[in-house]
Design a protein around this ligand. Structure first.
Ligand code: G16
Ligand code: MG
Length: 220
C-alpha cells in the first residue's frame, strides 16, 4: 500500500542543524541575546523567519522590518558559506541503503524540508537523482507543524497522502505528517516523538519491512 516515502532533510538525511546553530549564534551574539544548543533544538524544523522571531522574543527585542530582513539575509549568507563544505560523506549511514530498498520495492522518494536551501544541500550530498520529487519550502503557505509541505510533495509525486509515509526527526515535523494524514516514522527518541507511529533511533536502523507491516496494521 505504500506509494511513497517522504523524507525530511535536516536530522534525517544529514546534520545541517550544526550549521544552522553556528549561523544563528552569530546573529544572536551580535544582538546580545544568548543562544545555546537547547534553543537550537527548539528551532529544528522551524523555518527561517520563525526562527528569528524566536531569538528576538527570547531577547525581548523588537526590530524594524528592514532590520528583520537584513538579519535573515545575514544568517543565510553565513549558512551558505558553511554548507559549502557539505559533500557525500555527510550523508547519514543507512540512507543510501534505505533508498535502494525503496527503489527495488517501486516506492517513490520525496523530500519535504522546511529549508529553502534544501535542493542545494541535496545536490552537495550527491543524491538529487534519487528523488522523484523535491518540495519547495518557499512555495507553501504554512510551515511545519502545518501539513502543507508534505501535502505538496504527495501532490508532486502524484500519490494520495493516505498511501504516503513521512519520515521526521522533529516534533513539529511529525505533527505535520500526522496532519497530512500520513503514516509517521520518527527518527530519534520515542519519548520525544510521541506522535510518531513508529520510531527508529537512527536511519541505519530504518527497516522498510517493519514500517510496511506497521503501516498495514494501522490502516486496517
Ligand atoms: C531545516 C532546519 C531548521 C531551519 C529550516 C529552514 O528544516 O531544521 O532549523 O530553520 O530548515 O532553513 P533555511 O533557512 O535554509 O530555509 P528541515 O525541515 O529540513 O528539518
Ligand atoms: Mg528535521
Amino acid at each position: 500500500i505504500t506509494s511513497a516515502v517522504i523524507f525530511d532533510l535536516d536530522g534525517v538525511l544529514t546534520d545541517t542543524a550544526e550549521f544552522h546553530f553556528i549561523a544563528w549564534q552569530a546573529i544572536a551574539n551580535k544582538l546580545d541575546i544568548t543562544f545555546d544548543r537547547e534553543d537550537n533544538e527548539k528551532l529544528k524544523g522551524v523555518d527561517r523567519e520563525n526562527s528569528l522571531k524566536y531569538i528576538l522574543s527570547k531577547g525581548n527585542l523588537v526590530v524594524s522590518t528592514t532590520e528583520f530582513e537584513q538579519l535573515l539575509k545575514e544568517k543565510n549568507d553565513q549558512y551558505l558559506t558553511l554548507i559549502d563544505e557539505v559533500n557525500p560523506s555527510h550523508l547519514f549511514d543507512g540512507v543510501l541503503n534505505c533508498f535502494a530498498v525503496l527503489k527495488k520495492s517501486n516506492v517513490k522518494i520525496g523530500l519535504a524540508s522546511a529549508s529553502k536551501n534544501a535542493s542545494l544541500v541535496i545536490t552537495k550530498l550527491g543524491i538529487e537523482h534519487l528523488f522523484d520529487f523535491i518540495g519547495d519550502a518557499a512555495s507553501v503557505a504554512n510551515s511545519k507543524p502545518a501539513p502543507d509541505i508534505f501535502l505538496s510533495v504527495a501532490h508532486g509525486l502524484k500519490v494520495s497522502p493516505k498511501n504516503c509515509i513521512g519520515v521526521e526527526d522533529a516534533v513539529a515535523g511529525v505533527s505535520a505528517i500526522k496532519s497530512a494524514n500520513m503514516f509517521a516514522v520518527g527518527i530519534g527518541e520515542s519519548q520525544v516523538l510521541t506522535q510518531a507511529d513508529l520510531v527508529f533511533p537512527s536511519m541505519s536502523e530504518f527497516d522498510f519491512k517493519r514500517v510496511e507491516t506497521a503501516f498495514l496494521l494501522s490502516a486496517t
